[in-house]
Design a protein around this ligand. Sequence first.
Ligand SMILES: *[C@@H]1O[C@H](CO)[C@@H](O)[C@H](O)[C@H]1NC(C)=O
Ligand SMILES: *[C@@H]1O[C@H](CO)[C@@H](O)[C@H](O)[C@H]1NC(C)=O
Ligand SMILES: *[C@@H]1O[C@H](CO)[C@@H](O)[C@H](O)[C@H]1NC(C)=O
Length: 175
Amino acid sequence: MKTTALLSFFAASQLPTCTATLSAIHRLNVSVTAAENGQSVIQCWQLTKPPSLVTIGDATFQSQILGDLQSGSLNVFPTGLNLGLHAAPTKQWVIVLAGSIKVYLQNNQSVANTAFISSGTSGILLAVDTKDVSPVGHITETIEQTAMLFMPTANGTVPEHRVLHHNVCAGEDLL
Ligand SMILES: *[C@@H]1O[C@H](CO)[C@@H](O)[C@H](O)[C@H]1NC(C)=O
Ligand SMILES: *[C@@H]1O[C@H](CO)[C@@H](O)[C@H](O)[C@H]1NC(C)=O
Ligand SMILES: *[C@@H]1O[C@H](CO)[C@@H](O)[C@H](O)[C@H]1NC(C)=O
């Protein structure tokens, strides 16, 4: 199955404060569990494709393409669930619909390397540290009951991006 995801953001004025707004020059930045030298690392990536204006009915809004997808599943995790060390099961988008998670590394638990992902327009993680590139992986815990959409990329592809920096997206990355 080949589907294409559109992540839609309505007028910025309707968004709560401290969440990402999009414009043609503000490409989506997302925290990623990536792999370097056979180990998971946390990085902030910027998608190469900029948001575009999409019209549905009478409304025009900013829309960010996430790329071709393989499938999707809705997953509900209880409070305090700890997955322990694991590689990403497949290269996938993780969209937090409700609740929040903590994603971190075994060998560096610094704040800069710990991704707290909560529901909202910044509630997105890209997990591409699959076993073939990171046998050990990363750790994921839920902070509260959490509902997540898992959306594997088509054929295990990695979305076009540039690496902004190591560590989670923060500050100016999420304006
Ligand atoms: C852990 O990560 C932080 C932030 O990237 C870095 O400054 C620090 O040197 C790292 N610590 C180790 C032990 O690698
Ligand atoms: C995935 O792989 C199949 C089989 O090789 C191919 O037909 C399809 O176009 C690919 N899809 C994407 C999005 O690359
Ligand atoms: C992404 O990060 C860059 C560099 O920090 C920033 O200029 C841009 O505004 C950010 N994009 C969004 C949507 O916040």
